[in-house]
Design a protein around this ligand. Structure first.
Ligand SMILES: Cc1cc2nc3c(=O)[nH]c(=O)nc-3n(C[C@H](O)[C@H](O)[C@H](O)COP(=O)(O)OP(=O)(O)OC[C@H]3O[C@@H](n4cnc5c(N)ncnc54)[C@H](O)[C@@H]3O)c2cc1C
Length: 448
């Protein structure tokens, strides 16, 4: 692919940084919208076509089902489900021991699993997302490596923030060791493709833990929440995106923000529902790549973790994980954890796992065909996915999709305008008008 085409198509990239491990003429940069993008260092050199195959939107030779088959189909009693991919067991649960659940976003199983792999001497390091220690950088979070249980615990909690893997993959390449990593579906898929291409990554990355990720956000999301709470852009120093509210269900959480207001460091806690951009379905600050993903359940990960958004777990304020296992060692560790009362684990059915992500699956997977179709009829390029580019959605669902695309796009544009003109209302007013249209659409549908 020539550099010009690459630069045109990179807007569809999830910009996970994995490609930099194969082509050192590509680097990762955060753009004005607070989104990572690939940047060619020397435009006189053509980029490496083979390297581009690790980018999920440009990959043409395989897909998540095929990679899943190679990785997992040999496992004894493995099952396959079109929606969930390959799996050994399906659970809902949380950590009972120590403070794992308390410090985590959902049930704490991600942090506990990393700690168990470490304690059992199966890994030397954990590649996950932590607070950025570089005080000169405006980035709040980044991929980093933890080498002790204490460090692993400090990296707990979901960060709805842009991240990329170029730096940590350099460490993996240069520093021999056994690593476990965690990431959203396209991150894990890219790492699988990287491991296929460069054996050193296959040798060193022993476990890949997958998150279910509704979508990826720009750094402006955190900044917007802070600005709405009174912390001006550039003054936010810490954010906890998911703080439980006593007396409310797990899904009804707050945001904790720390930053400078009138030169004084303040901590502000506000319910997520009080922010204009609180609804994940509407897609504020979403990356374009998130709308071109067909892998909801992180099908190439050794284990997939998400929130068990089911009525009987949602009432539990402390959070519960949904768990899909595809690796015998991890499944065994979980079973032992259950037996030794370190974990609470219930077995779920395929339908129950699906029910934890109903809206996410409908938007991300089922209605992707319409988003692809819209590009196809305009004769525009679109990524090769496991779903066809066709339009069989109802008129209502088409309108919902169109409006969500508009909200995604305009949130980026109007926030930047607000920032440049130092007036948050520019963003708020625009979003309010789009929200009105969105609500009207649903109201009309309900009155029909
Ligand atoms: C951007 C994003 C969107 C999500 N959307 C959904 C959703 O729609 N539905 C759903 O069920 N679950 C979603 N999740 C997953 C959910 O929020 C929890 O992360 C998951 O259930 C694991 O919970 P835990 O308590 O076991 O994790 P914890 O024990 O709190 O550990 C979380 C681990 O994930 C790492 N991490 C944090 N942020 C990131 C990141 N951005 N990228 C990679 N690793 C990270 C941390 O470093 C830590 O190791 C999302 C997560 C993220 C990061």
């Amino acid at each position: 692919m020539d550099n010009k085409t690459f630069n045109q198509l990179k807007k569809y990239s999830d910009a996970n940084g994995v490609v930099t491990a194969l082509d050192d003429n590509i680097t990762m940069k955060l753009n004005a919208y607070g989104l990572y993008e690939e940047s060619i260092i020397d435009e006189t050199k053509t980029i490496n076509d083979k390297a581009l195959q690790v980018m999920s939107h440009l990959n043409t030779h395989t897909n998540e089902t095929k990679i899943g088959e190679t990785l997992f189909s040999h496992i004894k009693q493995i099952k396959f489900n079109e929606q969930l991919g390959y799996y050994q067991n399906l659970y809902a649960g949380y950590v009972l021991e120590d403070n794992y659940r308390e410090i985590a976003t959902a049930g704490g199983i991600a942090t506990w699993l990393f700690s168990e792999l470490f304690k059992r001497d199966l890994i030397d390091g954990v590649i996950h997302v932590k607070q950025n220690k570089d005080k000169d950088s405006h980035l709040l979070f980044k991929y980093d490596i933890s080498y002790s249980v204490d460090e692993i615990k400090k990296g707990a909690k979901s960060k709805y923030y842009p991240v990329e893997m170029s730096e940590v993959l350099k460490v993996v390449k240069d520093k021999p060791g056994r690593y476990a990593l965690i990431g959203g579906p396209s991150f894990i898929m890219s790492c699988r493709l990287l491991a296929e291409t460069k054996p050193i990554f296959k040798e060193r990355i022993k476990f890949m833990i997958g998150l279910i990720t509704g979508h990826q956000k720009s750094s402006r999301f955190a900044e917007s929440l802070a600005w709405q709470a009174g912390i001006a852009p550039g003054q936010l120093s810490y954010i906890d995106f998911r703080k439980p509210i006593i007396g409310k269900p797990a899904s009804d959480y707050a945001v904790e923000l720390k930053g400078y207001v009138d030169h004084q460091l303040k901590t502000i806690i506000k319910p997520m529902k009080s922010f204009i951009d609180q609804d994940w379905g509407e897609g504020y600050f979403k990356t374009l790549a998130s709308d071109f993903l067909d892998d909801v359940f992180n099908e190439t990960a050794d284990v997939t973790l998400g929130d068990a958004w089911l009525d009987n777990y949602n009432d539990d304020i402390d959070g519960t994980n949904v768990v899909i296992t595809r690796n015998e060692i991890i499944d065994q560790i979980l079973k032992e954890g259950h037996k030794q009362q370190q974990l609470k684990l219930d077995v779920l059915t395929e339908q129950e796992v699906m029910d934890t992500q109903t809206s996410h699956y409908r938007h991300t997977h089922d209605e992707l065909k319409y988003r692809l179709y819209k590009l196809k009829i305009k004769n525009q390029w679109y990524p090769k996915k496991r779903v066809e580019a066709i339009n069989d959605l109802s008129e209502f669902r088409q309108k919902v999709q169109d409006l969500r695309a508009l909200i995604r796009k305009e949130s980026h544009i109007y926030y930047l305008k607000a920032l440049k003109e130092k007036d948050l209302n520019i963003y708020l007013n625009k979003m309010q008008s789009l929200q009105k249209m969105y609500k009207k659409l649903y109201k009309e549908k309900n009155n029909m």
